[in-house]
Design a protein around this ligand. Structure first.
Ligand SMILES: Cc1cc2nc3c(=O)[nH]c(=O)nc-3n(C[C@H](O)[C@H](O)[C@H](O)COP(=O)(O)OP(=O)(O)OC[C@H]3O[C@@H](n4cnc5c(N)ncnc54)[C@H](O)[C@@H]3O)c2cc1C
Length: 303
């Protein structure tokens, strides 16, 4: 039986540049860095050439930026699980990161424990469908008439809590407060999520992953000295292996131990699925008929 007593921290990466480029407190980058420095491989979500979200791996610190940052779209797993297995069998350390359901999928695929495998999941609101993301990419292309150089779902230029959706083009940026962006509205009002997210089987504190990362929403009320609106991570250590990995980055982290129950009060997605909108079936039927802006007017703005 696993005797490990779960620990929860408010945590901040002391390197301000990395933290500002990360969605929360920049803890993922430190975990990835330490694994790569030991000759290991890190799996996570990146964009392909057309800004579809895919799972891929890196084993070079210079490539860390491709995995950094939340992309609020279901990532395409491709052959990542079998690649993880090959690296593990070669004896290399692997850090696999993803949503709790992707971690569960890997665990089932492998069918046994590996000492050289570290798993890090996220607290997950739910994941938007690829079809809605594709529709939004086409919509932006129609409006902005350009191909983006980069996309950031969590630009912190106006603060971590007032984050912006940003499409960076060569000559201008589309940059909008998240609650005003069409894609983010459908995400945050729960219309665009995969069906399975409304009854997620991987909620709760009993995690498969060794470490769970999240935004520490509410940190200002729980641990005020850890709030400066540049991003604070909630880090939940679920296993001895997770603790050993976290201990390796501790010098580069400002951290305070906190009560998980207090954190849950501000982050219900740790333990509960989001509710399914009553008219979601109608929304799905309208997906092929209406444009992004028309969907948002009909299902969100006019309510
Ligand atoms: C779909 C989704 C929903 C989330 N919902 C919540 C929530 O409700 N509450 C909350 O507190 N936190 C949520 N998070 C987590 C949060 O946004 C940060 O990703 C997390 O705190 C890590 O931040 P960081 O600063 O340490 O690292 P960052 O560098 O910002 O994050 C990088 C990590 O996110 C992973 N990642 C990015 N996009 C995806 C994706 N599409 N699928 C799988 N993994 C991905 C990367 O593989 C890497 O592990 C969500 C993340 C995602 C991707």
């Amino acid at each position: 039986m696993n005797q490990f007593v779960q620990k929860t921290y408010a945590a901040i990466n002391k390197d301000n540049e990395t933290r500002m480029k990360s969605s929360s407190g920049g803890i993922f980058s430190l975990l990835a860095d330490v694994i790569i420095k030991q000759g290991g491989v890190v799996f996570g979500a990146a964009y392909d050439n057309e800004f579809n979200v895919i799972h891929t791996y890196i084993d070079n610190i210079e490539d860390l930026n491709i995995l950094r940052g939340s992309k609020y779209v279901l990532s395409n797993m491709g052959d990542s699980y079998s690649k993880v297995k090959s690296f593990l069998e070669e004896g290399r350390k692997v850090l696999f990161t993803g949503t709790p359901c992707q971690i569960a999928g890997l665990n089932n695929f492998l069918g046994k424990a590996y000492d050289n495998l570290y798993m890090q999941d996220l607290v997950c609101h739910g994941v938007p469908m690829q079809s809605v993301w594709k529709k939004y990419l086409n919509y932006r292309n129609m409006i902005d008439k350009k191909t983006p150089k980069d996309i950031n779902f969590r630009d912190k230029v106006n603060g971590w809590t007032r984050f912006e959706m940003k499409f960076a083009y060569n000559d201008f940026n589309y940059s909008v407060f998240h609650r005003s962006d069409l894609f983010m509205k459908l995400f945050l009002k729960n219309y665009s999520l995969r069906e399975s997210c409304y009854a997620c089987k991987f909620k709760g504190l009993d995690r498969i992953a060794d470490i769970t990362l999240a935004d520490f929403w509410g940190v200002k009320h729980i641990c005020e000295e850890m709030y400066d609106d540049k991003g604070t991570s909630l880090v939940i250590i679920n296993s001895e292996k997770g603790q050993a990995l976290f201990d390796l980055i501790k010098e580069e982290v400002e951290e305070r131990e906190v009560d998980i129950q207090k954190a849950i009060e501000y982050n219900i997605c740790i333990i509960e699925s989001v509710p399914k909108p009553e008219d979601r079936e109608l929304f799905i039927a309208d997906l092929d008929k209406l444009e992004m802006d028309e969907l948002v007017v009909k299902y969100i703005d006019n309510k």
